[in-house]
Design a protein around this ligand. Structure first.
Ligand code: CUA
Length: 378
C-alpha cells in the first residue's frame, strides 16, 4: 500500500509479554501490581493499563497493551508513520512557540523602577500577520494531504481474491463474529491467520452494528473503524506476528462500553485451519450434563443464545456452540473459568453491571446444572 509498502518495512519487532498463568480476579483490567512494576522496570509498560490488559491466556503470546507505536500489521504501520509526522510537526511548533514565549517572558519581565510605566505601544506588523497566518495554513494543508493520502491508500488497497472474509456485528456490549465462507459463528475472539512479508493473508472485515454506534479498534493491527447501524463499513488487517492482540470498542456505546473488549488471535495458517475445523466439527452431546441441558432449553436462555445443531437459535446474545474454546466471558470482562461462569450465570450483573443478560433468578442447584451443561460446549 502506497508509501508504507514501497519503502522498506520498518516494522518494530518486539517480544510480547508472555501471559502469566496466574488467574487474575474478575476483570481483564485488574492488573497485578507486582507484575506491572516488574514490567515497568523492564521498560515494557509506560503507563497503567489504559484499555486492555493481558491476562491468563494459556501460553499464547499476548501483545500486551494498546499501543499505536508498535504496529504489527500493514494498516497500523501506515497509521504509525503519519502519527510520527504529526508528532514531529507539533513538537517543532511547541519548541518554536515555547522558546519565543520564554524569551519574551524573561527579556520583557517587570524590573524595579518600572512601576506605572507602559512599554512602547506598537500597532501591528503586516509581515508578522502574514507569516503567522500563512505558515499554520501551510502546515495544516500538508497534514491534511498526507492524512488523505494514507487514508486513501488503506481504503483502496487491493486484497487478494482468497482473503479471509469476516463479518463483525457490534452489540451492546459484545462482538458477534461470522466466517461466512466457513459457516462458523463465534463471539468476542477473532481468529485470523498471520501474514508473512512474501505471503499475504489479509483478513477483510465487514463491520455492522445491531444497535448503536461502536468502533472496532485493535491498535497494533489497524486504525479505528466505526460499526454503524444500517450500514456496512469495510476494513482489513494483515498482521505479521502471531499471538493475541487486545482491542476494545472505541466509541462510547452505553453503560458497559468499557467492558466491550476484543481479542484477535493471530495464528499460523495451520493453526488457523485447525481452529476453523474444530469450530465446524459436529457438536457432541455429552449425556452427563443432560439435566443442565434440559434446564437450559426450558428457560429463556434459548431465546437469546444459539447453540449450533440444537433448538437454541437466539440471536440477541453470543453464540455458545463452542463457549469453552474462548478464553474470556462477557466480552473480555472475566476470564473463562468455571468459577466465573458460575458467577455469570448466577447473576451477570456482578461481573458486568447493566449488561443486557438478565439475572435469571436461578437457585444454586439450577446454576450448577446450567454451568455443568455449558462446560460441555467445547
Ligand atoms: Cu461498543 Cu463502545
Amino acid at each position: 500500500m502506497g508509501a508504507a509498502r514501497r519503502r522498506k518495512p520498518k516494522i518494530l519487532r518486539r517480544e510480547g509479554i508472555r501471559a502469566a498463568r496466574a488467574t487474575f480476579p474478575l476483570t481483564q483490567n485488574h492488573v497485578n501490581p507486582a507484575r506491572i512494576s516488574k514490567l515497568k522496570r523492564l521498560g515494557l509498560v509506560v503507563a497503567g493499563g489504559t484499555g486492555s490488559w493481558a491476562f491468563g491466556a494459556d501460553s499464547a503470546q499476548v501483545h500486551s497493551i494498546a499501543n499505536i507505536f508498535k504496529p504489527l500489521s500493514a494498516p497500523a504501520e501506515a497509521v504509525y508513520e503519519i502519527s510520527l509526522l504529526a508528532l514531529l510537526v507539533c513538537a517543532g511548533i511547541f519548541l518554536v512557540v515555547g522558546s519565543l514565549l520564554a524569551y519574551a517572558v524573561v527579556k520583557f519581565r517587570s524590573r524595579p523602577g518600572d512601576e506605572g510605566t507602559e512599554p512602547p505601544q506598537i500597532y501591528g506588523s503586516n509581515q508578522l500577520e502574514m507569516a503567522w497566518t500563512a505558515i499554520p495554513i501551510l502546515i495544516v494543508f500538508v497534514l491534511v494531504l498526507v492524512t488523505a493520502r494514507t487514508t486513501a491508500d488503506v481504503q483502496n488497497h487491493p486484497l487478494p481474491e482468497d482473503s479471509l472474509k469476516v463479518r463483525v456485528v457490534g452489540h451492546q456490549w459484545w462482538w458477534e463474529i461470522h466466517y461466512p465462507d466457513h459457516g462458523v459463528i463465534t463471539a468476542n475472539e477473532l481468529h485470523i491467520p498471520v501474514s508473512s512479508r512474501d505471503q499475504r493473508r489479509p483478513t477483510a472485515l465487514r463491520l455492522e452494528s445491531a444497535d448503536v454506534i461502536h468502533s472496532f479498534w485493535v491498535p497494533q493491527l489497524a486504525g479505528k473503524t466505526d460499526l454503524i447501524p444500517n450500514r456496512a463499513n469495510d476494513m482489513w488487517v494483515e498482521p505479521y506476528q502471531t499471538g493475541t492482540f487486545l482491542g476494545n470498542c472505541a466509541e462510547y456505546c452505553g453503560t458497559q462500553h468499557a467492558k466491550m473488549l476484543l481479542r484477535v488471535v493471530v495464528e499460523t495458517p495451520e493453526e488457523f485451519a485447525r481452529w476453523i475445523a474444530s469450530q465446524k466439527a459436529p457438536v457432541v452431546q455429552d449425556s452427563s450434563a443432560q439435566a443442565g441441558r434440559d434446564l437450559f432449553f426450558n428457560t429463556s436462555c434459548v431465546n437469546c443464545h444459539r447453540i449450533s445443531g440444537t433448538a437454541a437459535e437466539g440471536v440477541f446474545g453470543p453464540d455458545l456452540t463452542r463457549l469453552m474454546s474462548r478464553s474470556t466471558l462477557a466480552a473480555g470482562a472475566a476470564s473463562n473459568t468455571p468459577e466465573n461462569l458460575r458467577l455469570w450465570v448466577q447473576n451477570p450483573h456482578t461481573i458486568k453491571p447493566g449488561c443486557l443478560m438478565p439475572d435469571m433468578q436461578l437457585n444454586p442447584a439450577e446454576v450448577e446444572k446450567i454451568v455443568a451443561y455449558l462446560l460441555t460446549l467445547k
